[in-house]
Design a protein around this ligand. Structure first.
Ligand SMILES: [Cu+2]
Length: 193
């Protein structure tokens, strides 16, 4: 539980940093618009601005490169992907989700599962996801209809999705990739206990 709280705190921090970065970009754009309109009638000043610009450009690139290099290892993704407590195989078919515990050695077409599964709370779950026909999107929603995580279910390809359910309850699986007539009703249930 402590680890999940720490991960969530880290995600909030990452969110705040992204917000600050986005704000900085907006401020730079506003600054550029403001200065470009002022210098429109003054060719001499424009010349100076053109001379300074590469310094700004390479300066920003350098700062971004340093920040990305120093911060990328603090992302929560690698730690989530260390080792899973439970593995679930998922196959999307028009128009259902087939799920079973463990890694399946069967092809997507031969795989047999259920569209309901019971999973433990506060454990790292690794979903191995594929499709038997067209591309679907395996999307997990909580009981308030909030999308928690999702990834594509692609024919002949196994996508991996890691998730820790921090609360007990029923979670709904829907498809987020339009896959034909019955797409809106392509659903499944994850019971977390
Ligand atoms: Cu769909």
């Amino acid at each position: 539980m402590g680890q999940i709280t720490a991960l969530l705190a880290l995600q909030n921090l990452a969110g705040l940093i992204s917000l600050a970065g986005a704000l900085a970009v907006v401020l730079v754009i506003i600054f550029l618009i403001a200065t470009s309109s002022k210098s429109a009638g003054k060719p001499c000043k424009k010349h100076t601005i053109l001379k300074i610009k590469p310094i700004y450009f390479w300066g920003i690139i350098f700062v971004l490169a340093v920040v990305i290099f120093l911060s990328i290892r603090y992302l929560s993704y690698p730690r989530l992907q260390d080792k899973a407590d439970e593995v679930v195989t998922v196959v999307g078919i028009q128009w259902d989700w087939q799920m079973a515990n463990g890694i399946s050695d069967k092809s997507a077409h031969e795989f047999v599962g259920k569209n309901e599964i019971l999973l433990p709370v506060n454990k790292k779950i690794k979903f191995i996801i594929t499709s038997d026909d067209v591309t679907h999107s395996f999307s997990i929603y909580n009981n308030k209809g909030v999308l928690l995580t999702q990834t594509q279910a692609i024919p002949q390809y196994r996508n991996e999705l890691f998730y820790i359910f921090s609360q007990k309850g029923d979670y709904t699986i829907l498809c987020l990739e339009y896959c034909g007539l019955v797409h809106p009703f392509m659903s499944g249930i994850i019971h977390v206990e």
